[in-house]
Design a protein. Structure first.
Length: 542
C-alpha cells in the first residue's frame, strides 16, 4: 500500500520561530522569550503579567501560523456549467421558488435567487419570491469561517455529472432501483428477483461508476470493507455504552410500502415549498433490516450521532488507539483532555460542523445541483409528453422506469419522506461530508486493523440480532458506516451516488487538517496513521 507522510514543522525548535520571523512577527523575543525548545518550558519571564502577555502572543502567533499552513493551497471551484447551459434552469436546484405545473421554476425568481446568493445580501435573499411557506436551509452558511483546520472555501469538489450525461442517467437508474428495493430485507438480497434485476441493469450501463455488481454487492459502498460481511455496519447494530446507560440500536420504522411524491401534483407542490403532511410509522421498534429502515435512521439522526456512538463502542470494547498516539510512551500521565477519551469524543464533534460549512459553500455558491426528486419530475414529464428535455436514453429506456410505472402509475422518483429532500441543493451531501470527516478522525485515532468483537446482523424482520462468522476490522466497519449513512440518503431518494462519493473525500480533507492542527496544539508530540478512502496510507505529524 502506498505511504505518504504529512509533516508540518512549526513547533518550537523545529522551524516555527523561523516561520514566524518570515511573517514579520518580531515581538516574541522582546516579550521575554529567551529561546524556543522542545519542552516549551524555557521562557525567561518573571512577572505574572509578562508571562500572561507572552502566552497571549504565542497563542496569536500559533493560530496565525496554523491558518497559513492549512490554507496555503486554496482550491478553485468549478461547476458543471448546467446553470448557464439551460435558460429554463431545468438542471438547477429551485426548491421553495415559484414553479409552473410541470415543475419548472419561474426564471425571474431563480435569477433573483442567484443574485442574492452572489451578493451575500440578506435583504435581497429575504425578497426572493416564494412558491410556498418553506424557506431555504441556512443558505449563507458557506460564508462562515472556521477557527480550526482548513477554511471551508479552501477545499472543493469536482464538477457534478451534467444533466444530459450517461453518468447522471446511471445515477438516476440506481435511485429508481433503490426505491423499488426499499422494503426488501438485506438478508434476502442474494435471492430476490428485483435485486437481481437491479444488479443486471446497473451492470449494463455505460457509465455506472460502481461498475459491475451482483445481487450480493449492488448498492454497497465504494470503500475498503464495504463488501465484507453484513450490509449494515456493526456500529449501527451493537449496543452503545453511553455513560451509565446502554443503548440498543432499535428504531421506529417507517410504514412499509408507503412512498411519497408519486403524483405530479404532490411532487410539484413540494418543489414550491408547500409544507407536506406527516410521516407514517410502523408500530414496533426494530434493528435496521432494509433500506426503508436505513432511510428512517438518516432522516432524524443528530448530525454526528452515528460516529459518536461508534467512538463509544470502540472505547467500550477497549480497542487499542493508534500506535503513534500522543502519551502512549508514558505511564505516569495518561491522556484525557488531550488525546484521551474526552479528546476523541470532542474531535468527532469538532470536525462535523467544519465539514458542513465546506459542503454548504459547494451546495449554495458553486454547484446548485437539482435534487433527484426534481430530476424525477423532469423524467416523468418527458416520458408523458408534457415537455422535452435532453435526458439520456439509458434512463428513459430503463427497466427501472418501467417497473416504477408499473408500481405507481407515474415515472416520478418516489420518496421515503413526505417532504422529500431538505430545502438545500444536492451536491454534495451534508450527511456524506460529516460521515467522511468523522470516520476519518476515528480511523486515525484507533488501530484500524483491530477486529470487532461479536459481529452480528439483523434477522429478516429486524426483531433480533444474530451472530455472523465474518472477521470485521475497525477500518472496514468505519468505512461501511460512512457509506451506510451516505447511501441511506440515496435510498430515501434525496441524494445521488456522486453526492456521496465526491463529498466524503472533502470531509476527509477537512478532518485531516483539523487533526494536524490538534497535533500541533498538543502538549506532547505524536503521530497518527490513517488509511484514506482511496486506500493509501498517510502519517499525520506536526
Amino acid at each position: 500500500m502506498e505511504r505518504e507522510t504529512f509533516l508540518e514543522s512549526d513547533r518550537c525548535g523545529h522551524g516555527r520561530r523561523n516561520f514566524l520571523k518570515g511573517m514579520g512577527i518580531s515581538g516574541l523575543m522582546a516579550m521575554g522569550l529567551s529561546g524556543c525548545g522542545d519542552n516549551r518550558g524555557d521562557f525567561v519571564v518573571t512577572p505574572a503579567t509578562a508571562q500572561a502577555s507572552s502566552r497571549v502572543q504565542r497563542a496569536i502567533d500559533f493560530r496565525t501560523t496554523r491558518a497559513r499552513l492549512a490554507n496555503a493551497n486554496p482550491a478553485s471551484h468549478v461547476s458543471n456549467g448546467d446553470e448557464a447551459r439551460y435558460s429554463n434552469y431545468i438542471a438547477s436546484f429551485s426548491k421553495t421558488l415559484p414553479h409552473n405545473d410541470l415543475g419548472e421554476v419561474d426564471p425571474s425568481a431563480f435569477q433573483a435567487f442567484v443574485a442574492a446568493m452572489d451578493s451575500f445580501d440578506l435583504t435581497a435573499l429575504e425578497n426572493v419570491p416564494r412558491g410556498g411557506t418553506l424557506g431555504f436551509a441556512n443558505s449563507t452558511a458557506g460564508q462562515s469561517f472556521t477557527l480550526l483546520g482548513v477554511d471551508g472555501q479552501s477545499v472543493t469538489m469536482v464538477p457534478a455529472p451534467t444533466f444530459e450525461s450517461a453518468e447522471h442517467a446511471a445515477e438516476m437508474v440506481d435511485l429508481y432501483w433503490q426505491a423499488l428495493c426499499r422494503d426488501i430485507p438485506f438478508t434476502d438480497f442474494g435471492s430476490n428477483p428485483t435485486v437481481a434485476a437491479a444488479a443486471g441493469e446497473l451492470s449494463s450501463l455505460t457509465d455506472y461508476r460502481p461498475g459491475a455488481v451482483t445481487p450480493s454487492t449492488v448498492f454497497r459502498g465504494l470503500l475498503n470493507g464495504d463488501k465484507v460481511g453484513p450490509y449494515i455496519s456493526q456500529f449501527l447494530y451493537q449496543t452503545v455504552p453511553f455513560g451509565a446507560l446502554s443503548i440498543e440500536q432499535q428504531l421506529l420504522p417507517l410504514q412499509a410500502g408507503l412512498n411519497y411524491m408519486t403524483t405530479l401534483t404532490d411532487a410539484v407542490n413540494v418543489q414550491r415549498g408547500i409544507a407536506a403532511g406527516p410521516q407514517s410509522f410502523g408500530a414496533t421498534r426494530r434493528y435496521i433490516s432494509n433500506f426503508r429502515d436505513l432511510a428512517a435512521y438518516v432522516h432524524v439522526d443528530a448530525l454526528h450521532q452515528a460516529y459518536l456512538q461508534a467512538a463509544l463502542i470502540l472505547l467500550g470494547q477497549g480497542v487499542a488507539v493508534d500506535s503513534g498516539f500522543p502519551l502512549n510512551a508514558t505511564t505516569r500521565s495518561g491522556g484525557f483532555v488531550t488525546f484521551g477519551g474526552a479528546a476523541i469524543l470532542g474531535l468527532v464533534t469538532e470536525v462535523a460542523v467544519a465539514a458542513l460549512k465546506a459542503t454548504w459553500y459547494q451546495k449554495w455558491n458553486v454547484h446548485r445541483r437539482l435534487r433527484p426528486e426534481a430530476m424525477g419530475i423532469r423524467t416523468h414529464v418527458h416520458r408523458t409528453g408534457g415537455a422535452s428535455y435532453p435526458i439520456h436514453s439509458q434512463l428513459l429506456n430503463s427497466n427501472a422506469l418501467t417497473q416504477t410505472f408499473n408500481q405507481q402509475g407515474t415515472y416520478l422518483l418516489s420518496q421515503a419522506y413526505p417532504e422529500g429532500s431538505p430545502t438545500h441543493p444536492s451536491y454534495g451531501a451534508g450527511h456524506a461530508a460529516v460521515a467522511g470527516a468523522c470516520t476519518t478522525v476515528l480511523k486515525a485515532l484507533f488501530n484500524g486493523n483491530a477486529t470487532l468483537a461479536n459481529p452480528v446482523q439483523a434477522n429478516q424482520s429486524g426483531t433480533a440480532l444474530v451472530a455472523v462468522g465474518d472477521t470485521l476490522t475497525v477500518n472496514g466497519e468505519l468505512n461501511k458506516l460512512c457509506s451506510n449513512i451516505s447511501i441511506g440518503r440515496n435510498a430515501a431518494g434525496v441524494h445521488y451516488i456522486t453526492d456521496y462519493s465526491n463529498c466524503i473525500t472533502m470531509g476527509e480533507q477537512v478532518a485531516i487538517s483539523i487533526l494536524l492542527d490538534t497535533l500541533a496544539a498538543s502538549d506532547v508530540s505524536g503521530q497518527l496513521t490513517l488509511e484514506k478512502f482511496d486506500g493509501t496510507t498517510v502519517t499525520l505529524s506536526a
